[in-house]
Each structure stands twice: as C-alpha cells, then as structure tokens.
Ligand binder design. Structure first.
Ligand code: IPE
Ligand code: IPE
Ligand code: MG
Length: 241
C-alpha cells in the first residue's frame, strides 16, 4: 500500500468503525481490561482529527453493543463511566470543531447519569453542521430493525403510512441513523472478521476493511491505509463497469 497515495477527491462520506481489541491490548501488557478501554480514547480523538482533516462528513463509532451488556458488571460500569466522562470532557473541542454529536442505540438501558451526560453532549452540539459524530452505545442492528418495525407498524395502524408505501426511505427514516447516509467504508480493528450486530442495514454496500491492529494502537496511518484501500476498490452497486 506504500506506493499508493491518497486521492483527496475521493474521500468516503460516511466511515464507520468497530473499535475492537482493547481487552487484548491491555492483556498484552498485563493490565486490566479497563486500561485498554481508557487507552482507546486517544485513538478516537485521532480518528476524529483525520476526519476533520480529510473532510469525511460522518463518522460512526461502535462503542458498546447490545450484547456487551452481558460482560461482567464491573467492566460494564467502568465503560459507562468512561463513555460519559469522555463525552463531557470533549464537548468544548466538539463545539470548537463544529462537530455534531449523536448517540445511536437503546439509551433507555443506560444508567441515568450516563444517559444525561451523553444527551448533554448531543444538546450542546445540536446546532453544529460540520462532521456528524455518532456514537453507537447500547446499539444492536437487529434491535434497531425491531424498533423500526414497531414504529412503522404503529403508523400503519393509525393510517399514517400505508403498507404499499413502505420502501427503503420509510425504513431509513425509522432507524437510529435516519440523519446519516449509507456507510461507505467500514473499518474493524482487532483482527476479527465479523460484524457483531453493527449497522447491518446501513452497510449493505459499504466497503469492508479489517485490520489486525488493536484499537488503542490505531493511529492516523491505519486510518489513511483504510482510505487508500477503499480508494482502490471498484464500487459497482450491482451494475457492470
Ligand atoms: C472493544 O474492545 C471495546 C468494547 C467492546 C466495549 P474489547 O473489549 O472487545 O477488546 P477485546 O476484543 O476483548 O480485545
Ligand atoms: C464489537 O466488539 C462491539 C464493539 C466494538 C463495541 P465485541 O468484542 O463485543 O464483538 P465480539 O464479541 O468479538 O463479536
Ligand atoms: Mg472485542
């Protein structure tokens, strides 16, 4: 990949990242898993900076899945604290950089204090019209689809939507990601080759990039390599070139 250079004219509009490998990173240096999560924050900052630099319009980060609730209580509560305190700390920087924060997922399951801090970040940045930073927290794609189905069914029952009119747009409008475009590039760090219930609808035609690097080691160069990789793909969308 070294002999390719990045083409600034062909930047993915929406990048999504499965930030995986924090626990293994910590284990390698004989630390608690939490140390890995904490160390992953700087990779988040770095990713945001590159998006601002390159003009990526939407960045969606998988921070905590519906299934992650099944982890030990201690890990879950430390993650909740880390997520809300990091958002709280970053608000001035988000405002300074015109970043609009969104939270996607079932926030009703979050501890109230976590939810309130996250929602404060959303409120304080809601007027910004630059990069949309979506944090997927308590998020699962299947749960998102069930929720959308229920919302649409209610509207059908009340004659707000007719069954004949249900199409991709209607479904999009009832997803957590209704303000976002389809994902162009999905990156997963940590070496696993799976999607773990992330954005299944939105990635139908995304280019997938799996990297072995553990999330706390994810740096600008890894992000750029993913974009160069993306730029080398031919997106056909079912057509012939
Ligand atoms: C990703 O890292 C962060 C979350 C899922 C919250 P992991 O905690 O899954 O780290 P590994 O995969 O065990 O190394
Ligand atoms: C996916 O990672 C969820 C996040 C990165 C937040 P996991 O570590 O939870 O996924 P699995 O268990 O390896 O599929
Ligand atoms: Mg993992």
């Amino acid at each position: 990949m070294d002999n390719h250079i990045l083409n600034p004219m062909f930047i993915p509009r929406h990048v999504a990242i499965i930030m995986d490998g924090n626990g293994r990173w910590a284990k390698k240096i004989n630390k608690e898993r939490f140390f890995g999560h904490n160390s992953g924050i700087k990779s988040v900052r770095e990713s945001i900076d590159i998006c601002l630099e390159l003009g990526v319009k939407q960045l969606t980060l998988y921070a905590f899945s519906s299934e992650n609730w099944s982890r030990p209580k201690k890990e879950v509560s430390s993650l909740m604290n880390l997520l809300s305190s990091s958002v709280e700390k970053e608000i001035p920087r988000l405002i300074e950089n015109n970043i609009k924060l969104e939270i996607i997922g079932n926030t009703s399951k979050l501890p109230e204090i976590t939810r309130n801090k996250l929602l404060d970040g959303v409120t304080e940045t809601c007027q910004n019209d630059g990069l949309i930073l979506s944090l997927a927290i308590s998020y699962g794609a299947r749960q998102e689809m069930i929720r959308a189905t229920k919302l649409i069914s209610e509207k059908v029952k009340k004659n707000i939507i007719s069954v004949e009119n249900i199409d991709e747009n209607i479904i999009n409008e009832h997803l957590y990601t209704r303000n976002l475009k389809n994902v162009d590039l999905l990156i997963r760090t940590g070496g696993e080759l799976r999607l773990s219930n992330f954005l299944l609808w939105q990635i139908s035609y995304a280019e997938l990039c799996f990297q072995d690097v553990l999330w706390p080691d994810f740096k600008k160069e890894h992000f750029l390599n993913a974009i160069i990789d993306y730029q080398g793909r031919t997106r056909r969308f079912g057509k012939i070139k």
